[in-house]
Design a protein around this ligand. Structure first.
Ligand code: FA5
Length: 319
């Protein structure tokens, strides 16, 4: 019995086979060990003692063989560390890029196709790049401490990405064709369309003979690429110290009932060229600055800018 049982447990390769062997040899009702135990009761006292000792030895050997077989097949189905690799898996929850990051990546892609390289600049900026070089004189109301986050003497959180226009032109001669994007900060009152921190995409193209028609063409092509063929754009006369003439850029969608302001733009002011050491007689250029949140919200039909910053996964999951 012991040899047969050992053979049966050893050759069992699955949990089911081990269970079959267990029932046959160790089963409480009709197991062969049980049968041997029943026989023990019928024996004469003279042989009973010897038989009983032998029985206990066999019983122990069978139990050891069973334990060994069980842990052998368990090891096979469980990886190290006791994980049952045969259980159905739990799908991990995959994250994805934030809708604003998706928008920024798409802008880089679209303007890249138009030949614009990507430039970067710091969020902590000096007043020269945020104001002086952009033809914003020391007494200008745009410098009001109530409208800016000043840090220490002469430094601030940039209030516009136009700072990067200056950094790019300071570091390279014309021609220039770049976009720049990033966070900007203004102590604006927060509402559905305003935040105290938001993102802008800046564009700058400088070369011989660049005109306002180039500006409008690039912005129209961009609007159609990002928002769809049925988007119209409109220029409204405006004023920025660093462009002349200056315009506000509005967009209108098929089915939309009103023009929405997306940003400002214009032809680079000669004073800006002088501040960075360019020759205003040699080159012209256009610049624009659009709100990335506004573009993203328009594209996805998001009606409150605050949703973009709350990081509620129920919101973020939708993009
Ligand atoms: C500017 O910041 C200019 N630097 C744009 C520019 C660049 C003009 C180059 C000429 C040449 P403005 O302050 O209008 O302009 O802001 C541009 C856009 O940023 C706005 O049209 C709007 O889309 C977005 N914006 C402005 N303030 C906020 C705010 N508080 N929250 C969210 N978006 C804002």
């Amino acid at each position: 019995l012991q040899a047969q049982a050992a053979q049966a447990f050893e050759s069992a390769t699955t949990a089911d086979a081990v269970e079959v062997a267990r029932i046959e040899y160790l089963g409480q009702k009709q197991g062969r060990l049980k049968a041997a135990q029943e026989r023990l009761k019928t024996l004469e006292p003279a042989v009973k003692r010897a038989y009983g000792q032998r029985f206990n030895g066999v019983k122990q050997a069978l139990e050891i063989a069973f334990d060994a077989a069980r842990s052998r097949v368990e090891r096979r189905t469980t990886a190290a560390g006791g994980i049952d690799v045969t259980l159905p898996g739990v799908a991990p929850r995959l994250g994805h890029r934030h809708p604003l990051t998706q928008t920024a990546d798409e802008l880089i892609d679209i303007f890249g196709r138009f030949g614009f390289a990507v430039a970067r600049g710091p969020e902590v900026e000096d007043v020269r790049h945020n104001f002086d070089a952009l033809n914003i004189p020391p007494v200008h109301p745009a410098r009001d401490p109530l409208d800016n986050f000043y840090l220490s003497e002469g430094t601030m959180l940039r209030s516009q990405t136009s700072t990067i226009q200056i950094r790019v032109m300071e570091s390279q001669p014309p021609p220039v064709r770049v976009i720049a994007m990033g966070r900007v900060y203004r102590p604006d009152t927060v509402d559905a369309t305003h935040s105290f921190m938001f993102h802008q995409v800046e564009g700058l193209m400088v070369d011989k003979g660049v005109t306002m028609a180039d500006l409008k063409t690039v912005l129209r092509l961009f609007a159609r690429s990002y928002l769809g063929e049925d988007v119209q754009i409109r220029f409204r006369p405006s004023f920025f110290p660093f462009t002349e003439p200056s315009v506000e850029v509005d967009m209108l969608w098929h089915g939309g009932d009103r023009w929405v302001e997306m940003g400002g733009a214009g032809m680079v002011d000669p004073n800006v060229f002088k501040a960075v050491g360019y020759e205003p007689e040699q080159v012209t250029g256009f610049a624009f600055g659009l709100g990335i949140e506004r573009l993203c919200m328009r594209r996805h039909g998001i009606d409150d800018i605050r949703l973009l910053y709350q990081n509620d996964v129920r919101f973020l999951d939708q993009f």
